[in-house]
Design a protein around this ligand. Structure first.
Ligand SMILES: Cc1cc2nc3c(=O)[nH]c(=O)nc-3n(C[C@H](O)[C@H](O)[C@H](O)COP(=O)(O)OP(=O)(O)OC[C@H]3O[C@@H](n4cnc5c(N)ncnc54)[C@H](O)[C@@H]3O)c2cc1C
Length: 363
């Protein structure tokens, strides 16, 4: 273990997803430089865009936002990043039951469209990294212990030890209490709520296929799919903002997390073949994200937890360990918890708490 006692960090943020990076960005604007510890070898957490030269970027994680997501929209505007509308078209392929063929159904006008981030959701992550400085993010630092000390707070990772004045966790709350040990232990009330707090999209599987042409845009067809038969329950046109490169992307039944990628791909192609014929097999590339198999997003629950259960609970705003330990992360936001909007809002809340409670840190 490499003890980094010599460097006393003012603020350490655990997790370099949207919450952690946004918090570091807001703190930096107030003259506070935070250091981030990230378990993965990549930045972004549940935001991950797959880029492949000369093809459409594929969102493996977060994709859509709405106009109602004001904090996120404001952040995007401040960072000079654009959005574009998700294409739904005026019809969808609909498969109600396995015993009857898929149908093409008309879609009503969409008065509340969804939007995507131009260039891919990871553009937001990469822009925040540029603002806060890559040197402030330490990758492959898997936090295992957090302890209150006489002078501050200490964090152990699998390889190193760090000392700080303040620590902020941005882990999904359930992952935090399932994977990190605390000295002294966290309050019982918090542990009880957290043990039944759902990690949004933790069980999900996303699948996407890149093609050289958008054959689903033909007459009497659509790239919007709703199926009760599955294994893909919903799928959408996923061209880039410039409509230069083409792909379709959707969700895959999360129960199939333990089969191989090859088996999932074959199931994807078999379903799409029903709608579009054998041309579906001429894809440029296939990508998937099986989030349940990601130990830095998902941990198995001991009890049945409903989607969004306890997301946004007021207890997550409590400051812990004698004012030295804060909880951020999308699931801790009182509004839009679980979503990118929640991640930004949780960062705003903790930035405000730190600035108010520790005014001597602000320069
Ligand atoms: C498949 C999928 C689709 C989604 N679709 C949408 C969507 O369309 N719209 C929307 O608004 N939201 C969507 N979301 C949700 C959105 O991605 C999240 O709300 C947001 O990205 C959460 O950011 P966060 O920083 O709070 O958490 P995370 O992104 O989970 O970040 C936590 C970070 O902590 C790190 N970490 C974990 N354990 C440790 C440890 N022990 N030590 C150090 N670091 C650790 C993780 O690696 C991660 O980088 C989707 C999520 C998924 C998975």
């Amino acid at each position: 273990m490499n003890n980094k006692n010599a460097a006393l960090h003012t603020v350490l943020i655990i997790g370099a997803g949207l919450s952690g990076l946004t918090l570091a960005y807001y703190l930096k604007k107030k003259g506070i430089t935070a250091r981030l510890l990230e378990a993965r070898s990549r930045i972004g957490g549940r935001i991950f865009t797959s880029y492949q030269e000369g093809t459409a970027p594929l969102e493996i994680g977060a994709t859509w936002l709405g106009k109602k997501h004001q904090a996120l929209n404001n952040l995007l505007t401040e960072l000079d990043l654009g959005i574009f509308e998700q294409i739904l078209g005026d019809s969808a392929i609909y498969e109600p039951i396995s015993t009857s063929p898929p149908q093409l159904v008309s879609l009503p006008p969409n008065n509340d469209p969804s939007y995507r981030i131009r260039g891919g959701s990871s553009i937001l992550i990469n822009t925040l990294v540029e603002k806060i400085g890559k040197e402030n993010i330490l990758l492959e630092q898997i936090v295992t212990n957090i302890s209150s000390t006489t002078n501050g707070i200490s964090v152990k990772t699998k390889t190193d030890e760090f000392q700080a004045n303040l620590i902020v966790s941005t882990l999904p709350p359930f992952l935090l209490i399932s994977t990190i040990e605390f000295e002294p232990n966290l309050p019982e009330a918090l542990k009880k709520i957290t043990a039944a707090t759902h990690t949004w999209m933790g069980e999900s599987i996303k699948v996407g296929l890149r093609y050289s042409r958008p054959f689903w845009r033909a007459e009497n067809s659509s790239g919007t799919i709703f199926s009760n038969v599955g294994p893909i329950p919903e799928m959408y046109d996923h061209a880039d903002a410039e409509e230069q490169y083409f792909s379709i992307k959707g969700f895959f039944n999360g129960a199939y997390f333990s089969i191989s990628k090859k088996e999932r791909l074959e199931m994807v192609l078999t379903q799409l073949e029903k709608y579009y014929g054998p041309q579906v097999r001429n894809f440029v590339s296939y990508e998937e994200g099986v989030w349940r198999n990601e130990p830095f997003t998902y941990a198995p629950y001991d009890q049945h937890v409903l989607p969004h259960q306890n997301n946004g609970h007021a207890i997550f705003s409590d400051v812990l360990m004698n004012g030295k330990f804060y909880l951020a992360g999308s699931e801790t936001a009182e509004q839009y918890p679980g979503y990118m909007e929640g991640a930004v809002r949780s960062a705003q809340r903790v930035a405000k708490q730190i600035i108010e409670n520790h005014s001597s840190l602000v320069s």
